[in-house]
Design a protein around this ligand. Structure first.
Ligand code: EPU
Length: 302
């Protein structure tokens, strides 16, 4: 979608919003799949309300993009514009055991930065791609830890109330790959309270997790991490593997040979290919195990 309204375009500089015409979502997502639309990069949290008011009053549909690492976007010209927070500098400020982190900060860099200042707890999250905001929204986790455990406070834009709000950690429910945030809440910043731990010890933990990840996940390939959530007490990857479906392809969308819950874009996969593969595998798991796998990847259908 292209923003045609001159009044919107004219207001953007004052709002501190940068317009990128015809941005390719394939270039903004780790799967490398997705069509084109106008992209609005927001440099000031305070302008979100004004920007959304402007878009809504002109009937311009919009979606919020985080780091694009858990997202499958449709092909072609997309029927909504995309909003994304620009990364401020600095994006992490430490105050004792509390890290004030902007939602646009890279998660891996945040873990490393805190570790270098002897703040641990999030070692397992080191290889999880994406932004801190995206990790928060889905309560990203790995190797027995999840980001929600360390959240003291979240600053977000609550679209339903048209305002910025601060939520205390105890007001938010963090479950396995799920949170109580509303779908249109936009994460802006978070205060993480982290346990003190010497950098050397954290580094050891990070190395172990990295090693495990390298040996079991297709890190060099384009993917969105695990496609399905694990059903209670089971592993989606193991089930798909047991059915002998590693390597199954639709066009260039392919079940990874290394980890069966990772579906990779092995070349020029389209969203259509990837969606057909996801639906096909889900169906086969259902037939064999009577389990309805739930998507972990977020799907943006046009
Ligand atoms: N397994 C297989 N074949 C496979 C994949 C896994 O037999 O193709 C077996 C493994 O050998 C292991 C068991 O299944 O015995 C579990 O596998 P793994 O340790 O790789 O964990 P997972 O349950 O597949 C989860 C998370 C990952 C996270 C790892 C490590 C989900 C859906 N996946 O994977 O998170 O990195 O544990 O903590 O919760 C993600 O969310 O995107 C993600 C990659």
């Amino acid at each position: 979608m292209r923003i045609e309204e001159a009044n919107i375009v004219a207001s953007l500089p004052d709002l501190g919003v940068e317009l990128q015409r015809g941005a390719s979502l394939a270039e903004l997502t780790s799967l490398g799949i997705g069509g084109t639309t106008d992209l609005l990069r927001i440099k000031k949290h305070e302008s979100i309300s004004g920007l959304l008011g402007l878009l809504d009053s002109n009937g311009v549909p919009h979606r919020f993009l985080g780091g694009g690492s858990n997202l499958l976007v449709d092909d072609g010209e997309l029927p909504w514009v995309v909003l994304q927070l620009a990364q401020p500098n600095p994006d992490i400020v430490l105050d004792g055991n509390v890290a004030h982190v902007d939602a646009a900060a890279d998660l891996g860099r945040t873990v490393t930065y805190c570790a270098k200042h002897d703040l641990g707890g999030m070692d397992g999250l080191i290889g999880v791609p994406g932004t801190v905001g995206g990790a928060l929204r889905m309560n990203a986790g790995a190797y027995g830890m999840q980001i929600g455990s360390y959240v003291r406070e979240v600053k977000l834009y609550r679209a339903a109330a048209c305002q910025i709000e601060i939520l205390k950690g105890e007001q938010i429910s963090f479950e396995y790959r799920h949170t109580s945030f509303a779908p249109d809440d936009m994460m802006l910043a978070v205060k993480l309270e982290l346990p003190s731990k010497p950098y050397k010890e954290i580094l050891q933990g990070i190395r172990i997790c990295n090693e495990k990840r390298r040996s079991s996940q297709p890190l060099g390939q384009k993917s969105a991490g695990c496609i399905f959530k694990n059903p209670p007490g089971a592993s989606a990857g193991r089930m798909i593997d047991e059915l002998g479906l590693k390597g199954l392809s639709v066009g260039d969308a392919r079940v990874s040979d290394r980890h069966a819950n990772f579906f990779v874009n092995a070349g020029k996969a389209s969203a259509k290919d990837m969606l057909a593969l996801v639906a096909g595998i889900r169906e086969r798991v259902h037939r064999a195990f009577h389990v309805e796998l739930e998507h972990e990847v977020v799907i943006w259908n046009a």
